[in-house]
Design a protein around this ligand. Sequence first.
Ligand code: AMP
Length: 280
Amino acid sequence: MKIIETLSEMQAHSRADGKGCVLVPTMGALHRGHLELIRVARERAGSGGEVAVSIFVNPLQFEPGADLEKYPRPRQQDEEACRAAGVTVLFRPTANEMYFADRSVFVEETKLSNGLCGASRPGHFRGVCTVVTKLFNLLQPDAAVFGEKDYQQLAIVRRLVRDLNFAIEIIAVPTVRDADGLALSSRNQYLSTSERTEATVLFRTLQRSKEHVQHGETSPEKLVSLARQMTAETKGARVEYISIVDGATLEPVKQVRANAVMLLAVFIGKTRLIDNLRLA
Ligand code: AMP
């Protein structure tokens, strides 16, 4: 596995190689969710194909006062996990390497980014689109793998690729969960033992909502109201949003049909967690 930390070396490698790669962009602190993305990338690249993982805690996508400083960065462990998973290139730039101090060009998606997580995290998706564009330019992948866990991000990246004509296939991977349903996330490390138990409320709420739909409920207002009641029963949980949207456009739906997805963001203590589930 080749480890690259500078932009010039990354560009030189992509140019010299010329055979493309499958890219898995991450912020590190790799868990089984990331490893599943890497497995899918490995499969898509085929034997002998290049699988590149980027590990970059992107300051542009953290709001002031968010967890940028305390975000976990287990360098050695991540490196070993990548090596064991068959990654051929690990791209690991620093923030100073990645961004000019006087940077003045950003990439912004202006429609799908406004609601849901975008409503409470202004600038977050601009940071995501900017870094993903830079990674696409630097690594020149044929395909890139993203998790459905970050559903809005996935929809925005698809739009970015479509609207800016990147010839890159976007591959979506279903959310990997712990045995009790909690979606794996690097931020789960912040949870205390009691909070970890409370955090199961996200998936329980999603599953219960899906059951209501299976029993015939089609009103998004009713479903969201029931979901809010359910989360309210968990002492440490504070809902940021619960929404039911069209899976492709992220527009709120008037009635729950085949493409409806419930998305939620819930604080467990100080830790903000997100999850989503297809309802029908
Ligand atoms: P992150 O390191 O949190 O920025 O995530 C990097 C990529 O891994 C994103 O495409 C995420 O959607 C994906 N990812 C994170 N957690 C999971 C999970 N539990 N299951 C599947 N994909 C995930």
